[in-house]
Design a protein around this ligand. Structure first.
Ligand code: NAG
Ligand code: NAG
Ligand code: NAG
Ligand code: NAG
Ligand code: NAG
Ligand code: NAG
Length: 464
């Protein structure tokens, strides 16, 4: 990012490698090399990156086998939505206009730039042909996951793939499935689409569509009124010094981070990312976390209503031995955040402060639901050599790293005993229809995991 920092880093690397001829290689590095990765701070707009993790091995513990697994995955990297695209275009025009007279500043390159979405009909869709292409990400994750779950695939049966109805989600589910089933070489799947409409009620992967009382954005706006933008303001001040007349505001800084994120998703890189300091990304990341905490997370009580229906269904499945052992579901960032909230994963987190950054919190959305974000819930059947018994545990893998359940990690591989996990998942019991204020005759429970083969769900995306 900033020139001085990267120069310093390369000097250090040169020194390290020039001395290594005299010393035997160090088995453990003495630098924490992964302090800053801009992708972590792009909120929900960043390309996929692994969760930072806590160092637990991803391997299934040797005395255990995975005998049931659930995936909740967000669609892959995409173009901006139409509404966020409008904001990005506006920022682009502002920067480009300010640049006409002065090349000699960090934003001068904007004068000769084009807006990165050249055809507005690309808005909302997955990206497919660059370093961070969304459909490629989904395909290769499918192929990787097949290696982990090969023993759970019954090639004599059709495996359901559950997807929310929006086109980009269905496209992601299909790309994943082509990877997972080797394009039909090894097993078959049936797409089970849950349309993103009110009539699905709670039998949905997007159950706020029908939830009349749900207004996450309204809640966040109310709570965050008067949010202190001081960290972003420092960045605006820094750039306004270097690029006179641009009049950048703190909120422009947030939009610039978004622009950097989406241009990267679309083109594979973005010069605007290089203009911003690491601190600006940290500030924008926290701002994005705050918004989701109070709109889709524990800072909004209706998040539990939405998340509980799916958490409860997961708990039920984990207690059953069905012919199906794989439950693979595709949806959106907000639905996954509410699902985790409903599961009780963030119960121990303290309320987020709108003025001061708490660096130690677990609720970092860039680490939870980046584009292509995925949560695996694995049921482990483990032999206990002392007792001679077989016991059941649950382990979560968030964005390809083990994510220990808070206060429940005393099983093999820091897993959580099944009964404790079920108890946690059912802590936030709420009646969906009552809390949502719905009188209509819409489903009050999830049934698609069980009735997908008989009920006639659509197999194609919702009409756009
Ligand atoms: C934009 O994309 C749409 C859909 O792919 C296509 O029909 C249209 O011709 C494109 N427009 C331009 C100007 O390329
Ligand atoms: C699939 O069917 C074949 C032929 O009927 C059988 O030999 C094989 O054991 C079956 N596989 C599984 C996993 O049930
Ligand atoms: C910045 O503000 C000055 C003074 O209000 C104005 O003349 C100028 O047009 C503004 N520049 C941009 C890029 O908005
Ligand atoms: C294995 O069994 C022993 C004896 O019953 C018990 O004390 C221990 O907690 C068990 N280990 C695990 C990982 O459950
Ligand atoms: C939770 O799941 C159980 C078992 O499937 C079901 O009987 C119950 O109605 C569900 N509760 C709610 C509030 O959805
Ligand atoms: C959420 O909080 C509001 C305001 O305090 C309250 O009226 C509502 O009943 C709560 N809803 C749930 C589901 O807890």
């Amino acid at each position: 990012m900033m020139v001085s920092l990267s120069t310093l880093t390369s000097v250090c690397l040169v020194l390290t490698s020039s001395t290594s001829a005299l010393l035997s290689p160090k088995p453990f590095p003495q630098q924490a090399n992964d302090q800053f990765n801009a992708l972590r701070y792009m909120g929900t707009g960043g390309a996929f990156h692994e969760n930072s993790g806590v160092g637990i091995s991803k391997d299934t513990p040797p005395q255990c086998t995975i005998d049931q697994a659930h995936l909740f995955m967000r669609h892959g990297e995409r173009y901006p939505t139409t509404s966020s695209g409008k904001k990005l275009e506006k920022l682009f025009k502002k920067l480009k206009a300010a640049t006409t007279e002065q090349y000699n500043n960090p934003l001068g390159f904007m004068h000769d730039s084009e807006y990165f979405v050249t055809n507005s009909s690309d808005y909302e869709h997955e990206t497919y042909y660059n370093a961070y292409a969304g459909l490629t990400n989904c395909f290769s994750f499918g192929s990787d996951l097949r290696q982990r779950y090969n023993h759970l695939v019954d090639t004599n049966r059709t495996t359901p793939i559950f997807s929310a109805g929006q086109k980009r989600v269905v496209d992601s589910a299909i790309a994943f499935s082509e990877g997972f089933f080797g394009n039909g070489y090894s097993g078959n799947y049936q797409l089970v689409v849950l349309p993103e409409v009110e009539s699905q009620g709670a039998n949905s992967l997007t159950n706020t569509d029908a939830c009349k009382n749900f207004d996450g954005d309204g809640n966040a706006d109310k709570v965050l009124k008067g949010e202190n933008y001081q960290y972003a303001q420092y960045e605006a001040d820094r750039l306004n010094q270097l690029a006179k007349g641009y009049n950048l505001t703190a909120s422009d800084i947030f939009t610039m981070v978004d622009y950097c994120a989406f241009e990267t998703n679309v083109k594979g890189s973005s010069k605007l990312c290089d203009v911003l300091s690491p601190d600006a990304f940290v500030a924008a990341g926290y701002h994005a976390d705050l918004n989701k905490w109070y709109s889709q997370g524990p800072g909004y009580n209706m998040s539990f209503v939405s998340g509980f229906t799916l958490a409860n269904a997961t708990a039920t499945l984990l207690q059953q031995d069905n012919e199906e052992t794989l439950y693979l579901s595709f949806t959106h960032d907000n639905d996954i955040l509410r699902y985790l909230t409903g599961l009780g994963i963030f119960d121990d987190e303290s309320e987020m402060d709108k003025n001061e950054i708490d660096f130690k919190r677990a609720f970092k959305i860039g680490e939870i639901v980046p584009l292509g974000g995925r949560l695996l819930t694995e049921r482990l059947s483990c032999d206990n050599a002392t007792s001679g018994e077989t016991d059941t545990f649950v382990r979560l893998m968030l964005n390809d790293q083990v994510f220990p359940v808070p206060n429940c990690a005393d099983g093999p591989g820091f897993s959580c005993p099944l009964d404790d996990f079920i108890e946690l998942a059912r802590t936030h019991t709420v009646d969906y229809k009552e809390a949502c204020g719905i009188q209509d005759d819409v489903p009050n429970h999830v049934s698609f995991f069980w009735d997908w083969a008989e009920a006639e769900y659509p197999t194609v995306a919702d009409a756009e």
